[in-house]
Design a protein around this ligand. Structure first.
Ligand SMILES: [Fe+2]
Length: 311
């Protein structure tokens, strides 16, 4: 691995238990993570919202649609809401989701496995739930799916469904098997990876809306200050290694938030000189696995926030 070939010049100092920071020599060409996703506007599902929608679901709390005791295999879905050509991200899009439980049953009297969340100030959304079970639709099982209603501010609602690659029920499903036209489901069948027993899938949602310009490559308005190049492993268990660049002498902080924006832990270092640094950090106060937000603060400004996942 590239990282292993890099050498450290010296250890600058230890912030606190579990945190160390090194400037990195032989300045590597860390590419900023550019969004390489292909872009296609989100399509409608042939079955529309289906028969099991319940209006006015509750807000999803702490990113958890399913309680921790909900039967089934854990699943984290995350992605970014953008405009139709994926050049702009959409903040505050309402994402209303509902799905069957592990046995294929919907809660049609309450709001179990029903909830809504919003895209954040960079257009990202995420929630943790369980992989929906299948249920009979006539003589065929519907493939495992999650229903979505997505509403960008000031725009009409897009109602559709999300499926998972490798599901043997897709080919015989009247909606999921459609491969062209208005109800083309191709881009709504996503691969899932499994890490530490949790399924993970990424689904970016492009829809008719106006947002803010997505910068590609290096964040140009931040290049004169500093940025996070990478975090690994991600998902992390206890320890994460964060590579940052400091482009002008500055005071740096790394802040870790939960998805509701509460600050859980931070590390601070004053007077860093211009260089690339590698920080090993075992953050405290993380209660559960799931999604957290890592921000780099340069002097008085948080210039970049990225999602990290605790396994
Ligand atoms: Fe359904």
């Amino acid at each position: 691995m590239k990282q292993e070939r890099r050498k450290f010049l010296k250890q600058l100092g230890v912030f606190s238990a579990g945190v160390s920071l090194f400037p990195v020599s032989a300045a590597g060409n860390y590419a900023a993570e550019a969004g390489a996703n292909s872009c296609a506007p989100c399509t409608l599902d042939y079955y529309g919202e289906g028969p099991f929608y319940t209006k006015n679901p509750p807000e999803i709390k702490n990113g958890q649609l399913a309680d921790s005791n909900e039967a089934g295999e854990r699943l984290i879905i995350s992605g970014r809401v953008t405009n139709n050509d994926c050049t702009e991200y959409i903040e505050n899009a309402v994402i209303d989701v509902w799905h069957a439980d592990d046995s294929g049953a919907y809660d049609n009297t309450g709001y179990k496995l029903r909830g809504k969340t919003k895209s954040d100030n960079q257009g990202y959304y995420s929630f943790e739930t369980i992989k929906p079970g299948k249920y009979l639709n006539g003589n065929e099982y519907r493939p495992s799916h999650i229903h979505f209603k997505i509403t960008a501010p000031g725009k009409s609602t897009l109602t559709t469904q999300l499926y998972f690659e490798g599901d043997t029920s897709i080919k015989n499903d009247a909606a999921a098997s459609i491969e062209s036209g208005t109800y083309d489901a191709t881009d709504r069948i996503i691969p899932l990876s499994k890490e530490n027993g949790i399924f993970k899938g990424t689904w970016d949602i492009a829809l008719d809306a106006i947002g803010k310009t997505i910068e590609t490559g290096v964040h140009s308005e931040h290049i004169d200050k500093g940025m996070i190049y990478s975090v690994y492993p991600n998902p992390f268990v206890d320890r994460m290694t964060i590579k940052i660049g400091v482009f002008k002498n500055a005071n740096i902080a790394l802040n870790l938030y939960d998805v509701s924006g509460s600050l859980l832990d931070s590390v601070n270092k004053g007077g860093l000189v211009q260089d690339k640094y590698e920080i090993e950090w075992i953050p405290k106060n993380l209660n559960s696995s799931g999604i957290y937000l890592l921000a780099i603060k340069v002097n008085d400004l948080e210039v970049q926030t990225i999602r990290v996942v605790k396994a």
